[in-house]
Design a protein around this ligand. Structure first.
Ligand code: CS2
Length: 489
């Protein structure tokens, strides 16, 4: 069977949506670091739609910081891929927005050329929380191995921060400032934190470079949202049935998609505003609501669900006691932690998100969401806990995902299953030491100030988490109702 390629697009079934711009003559205007599934399901799709409707040379050069697989697969299909939108009215869209994909370690020179080309006006990133190399204060972590490496070899950077600074240094020398750097990760204040990390690193190399960046380059904050389960063979097969040819790396997501960008740019941009992207001066309220309501409950479902041997968000939320618990968590602690919002109906927002979890067409693995707990929990759960503490509001239920995560770490160790987390070695060492005692393991994990910062020494927080650890240590699908009701103290 033939594979996806430009020349076969006209012969695809007529229901398949196609790019409506000239794929051959359109050139690159964006470089994206970390072209994973989320980027390909979200920002690349908005860009594709903007080019179809309004033209412009906004194709994307993706830069993979490590893996070669995506480049090698997409190369064979003219960098095209299918997006399968899964809902009651599913459809397939072929995305043509990628110009090419580079692998940093092998194509460093091309990467630099693309990032410093005067026609590149956007450099965007989805490098996950850990890719920002920040400490618990949200500042650049000089102890990070990649940052240490990049400081010693600034022309051969391996981190996104080092790479951005190297590219901006060349742009500085050519007075070429028409570029906006857009973070699209689930990090609160993502643009501000990225700007600060870049400026801190640049200042270490050259104060003049840092000053130039500060004066000329914008780093807008953003909120990004669309549920995007990882690609699997089932999706490959389904895509092939829909389009009639093979696609080595299709992407799937729900139909809901939202992108809110702070309205500050240091150069031109695609007509994103005309294809559903919201531009605003206050992203903060959107981003805070999304990180807490969606990502916070996602992580809660991931750890609670994994303890009960559930596999997907859908299967977890379909169990009445779990849904009731999530609703209580939202209503009593998460929504109040966000504070007043004049322009957002937060109760409705929370209800809509629960509705999205009930999408039976999406098999979103809890194991995928459970990755990188040490990086995700601070933004999703620990910050709301701090806010509630400060305002004398309850934070009992917010301690449940923390307790469930501690038990999850122990469970992964005992089952000899991989723990995907940049702190995996540290966590697994603790799990080995306290293999027989979940309370001692929780105590040892809570001591990790690189995750818990001030909360590590907060007695009340520790006491509640440990109480939940005891309660949850025997949770299973049969005793859910009784166990979850005991969590409320
Ligand atoms: C999820 C997110 O994997 C995770 O941690 O919570 O990827 C989530 O699906 C997206 O942020 C939805 O926009």
């Amino acid at each position: 069977m033939s594979g996806l390629a430009r020349q076969i697009l006209p012969s695809l079934p007529k229901e398949v949506r196609l790019p409506e711009y000239n794929l051959e003559t359109t050139t690159r205007g964006i470089v994206h670091l970390g072209p994973g599934a989320f980027h390909r399901a979200h920002q690349a799709v908005y860009t594709d739609l903007a080019m179809s409707a309004y033209g412009g040379n906004w194709k994307i050069d993706g830069v993979s910081l490590r893996s070669k697989e995506l480049r090698d697969q997409l190369e064979t299909q003219d960098n095209l891929y299918s997006l399968m939108v899964l809902d009651d009215a599913p459809y397939v869209q072929i995305v043509g927005a990628f110009n090419q994909i580079f692998v940093l370690g092998e194509q460093r020179q091309q990467v630099m050329e693309a990032m410093t080309d005067p026609n590149t006006h956007i450099i965007s990133l989805t490098v996950t929380e850990k890719g920002y190399c920040l400490n618990t204060k949200g500042e650049l972590d000089w102890q990070n191995t990649d940052i240490k490496h990049d400081l010693a070899a600034p022309d051969e950077p391996v981190s996104a921060i080092g790479l951005l600074v190297a590219a901006l240094n060349i742009r500085f020398k050519h007075e070429n400032a028409q570029v906006t750097i857009i973070s699209c990760d689930n990090v609160s204040g993502n643009g501000d934190k990225l700007a600060k990390a870049v400026l801190t690193f640049a200042a270490e190399l050259s104060p003049r470079l840092a000053q130039w960046i500060e004066e000329h380059i914008c780093f807008p904050n953003t909120m990004v949202d669309s549920i995007t389960p990882a690609t699997n063979d089932e999706l490959r097969l389904k895509t092939q049935q829909e389009i009639g040819v093979e696609d080595a790396w299709p992407i799937q997501r729900e139909s809901f998609s939202q992108w809110v960008i702070e309205n500050k740019f240091s150069g031109p941009r695609p007509a994103w505003d005309k294809v559903g992207v919201t531009f605003t001066d206050d992203v903060h309220k959107y981003e805070k609501a999304k990180l807490r309501v969606l990502n916070g409950t996602h992580s809660t479902l991931a750890y609670l669900g994994s303890l009960c041997a559930l596999e997907t968000v859908y299967s977890a939320i379909s169990l009445e006691p779990i849904e009731q618990f999530i609703k209580k968590l939202l209503g009593q602690e998460i929504v109040p932690s966000i504070g007043q919002s004049d322009s957002m109906d937060l109760e409705q927002y929370a209800e809509d998100i629960i509705h999205r979890y009930h999408n039976e067409h999406i098999r979103h693995l809890l194991a995928q969401i459970a990755w990188d707990g040490s990086q995700k929990l601070p933004f999703r759960i620990l910050n709301p806990i701090r806010d509630n503490m400060q305002n004398q509001r309850s934070f009992e239920l917010l301690c449940v995902p923390v307790a469930a995560w501690c038990l999850f770490v122990g469970k992964r160790y005992l089952a000899q299953q991989e723990l995907v987390d940049p702190l995996a070695n540290t966590l697994l060492e603790l799990a080995e030491k306290h293999a027989e005692d979940p309370l001692q393991l929780a105590d040892a994990i809570l001591d990790l100030t690189i995750i818990f910062d001030d909360l590590a020494t907060n007695e009340e927080f520790r006491r509640i988490v440990k109480r939940h650890v005891s309660t949850l240590s025997t949770i299973n699908q049969q005793n859910l109702t009784e166990t979850l009701s005991r969590l409320e103290g």
